[in-house]
Write a protein that binds this ligand. Structure first.
Ligand code: CLF
Ligand code: SF4
Length: 303
């Protein structure tokens, strides 16, 4: 089985291709067979996206940033061991929030090391806004991470300022175009560092009608030049309580047309489920509710 990324970058060795063929997000063929679990060990975020509202305790909602609980590294390892017993086809452990993986780097590294001791075969995957990538790309590679998703929505600080409220970088808050400029520069530098380190970079793009939609093909070509191997264009989900709450959701049809257009430049992920930060199971069959601490406690009471 060949992964999409091997068509784009020569850095995909046999081992990495084999590993990626079991990654349900990077390989379409894997998504019906292999499961992933997200460990919600990253509550803090260092930027503020206008489409974000990280809401806890909502088991009925499936969108990025939602989780029923945040875990400390030890508890995350315990959860992994518990889940693996019942979901043996877990191939990937991902850190996808509820904040940013790199804004919680010590908890993330601790979690990964704890699990690596128990299950060296697991593929680790992290998802980030990219602000801290220039600082942590080397460490991620040293930890053995081979799959990183960077969410990047704009190449222009002017449009970026419409998407991000602020960033917190090296102890200081930045707003408006100054914030977007730093974020974009770090995302671009980070993607090229990761690619040079042999990490497969997928870029997630939130398609927001009237803000970044017409510039997405340009963005896709740019991230390809930087070394990304795939993009995942996702519709805006206007989260209640977020600055974009009243914004029109991007239609599936519009996203699909954009994917078709961008496919000419780079492979497109088309099976993304915009998962929760504590998602468990096959992409198309979320089992997170079965494994929350509340569900486990209730199970103990019944026993
Ligand atoms: Fe998770 Fe993301 Fe890794 Fe997959 S999800 S950190 S790359 S293991 Fe996958 Fe979920 Fe879409 Fe993400 S379907 S939201 S793309
Ligand atoms: Fe929310 Fe993620 Fe944006 Fe942080 S990077 S504000 S967690 S969407």
């Amino acid at each position: 089985m060949k992964c999409e990324c091997s068509n784009v970058t020569k850095k995909v060795t046999g081992d990495l291709m084999e590993m990626t063929a079991k990654h349900p997000c990077y390989s379409f063929d894997a998504h019906a067979t292999f499961a992933r679990m997200h460990l919600p060990v990253a509550p803090a975020c260092n930027i503020s996206c206008n489409y974000c509202n990280r809401k806890y305790d909502c088991v009925n909602e499936s969108r990025p940033g939602v989780t029923s609980e945040v875990l400390m590294p030890e508890a995350a390892k315990e959860k992994f061991l518990r889940v693996r017993e019942q979901v043996p086809n877990i191939s990937v452990v991902g850190i996808a929030g509820p904040g940013d993986a790199l804004a919680n780097w010590s908890a993330v590294t601790k979690t990964i090391r704890l699990i690596q001791k128990q299950a060296p075969e697991v593929i680790f995957c992290i998802s980030t806004n990219g602000l801290m990538l220039p600082h942590y790309a080397q460490e991620a590679a040293a930890l053995g991470i081979k799959h990183v998703t960077v969410t990047m929505n704009s190449l222009s600080a002017r449009r970026g300022a419409m998407i991000y409220r602020h960033i917190r970088y090296q102890g200081k808050y930045y707003f408006g175009e100054a914030a977007a400029e730093i974020l974009i520069q770090n995302q671009m530098q980070g993607i090229s560092m990761l690619a040079a380190l042999g990490i497969l970079v997928k870029v997630n793009i939130v398609m927001i009608d009237g803000i970044n939609s017409e510039y997405i093909p340009l963005l896709v070509r740019k991230v390809k030049a930087l070394g990304a191997c795939m993009t995942n264009i996702m519709p805006l989900i206007p989260a209640p309580g977020s600055a974009f709450a009243e914004y029109a959701p991007t239609s599936k049809a519009t996203v699909e047309i954009m994917r078709e257009r961008c496919q000419l430049d780079l492979p497109q992920m088309r099976h993304c489920q915009q998962c929760r930060a504590d998602a468990v199971g096959l992409l198309t069959k979320d089992r997170s509710a079965e494994f929350s601490s509340k569900a486990v406690d209730e199970g103990k009471k019944i026993i």
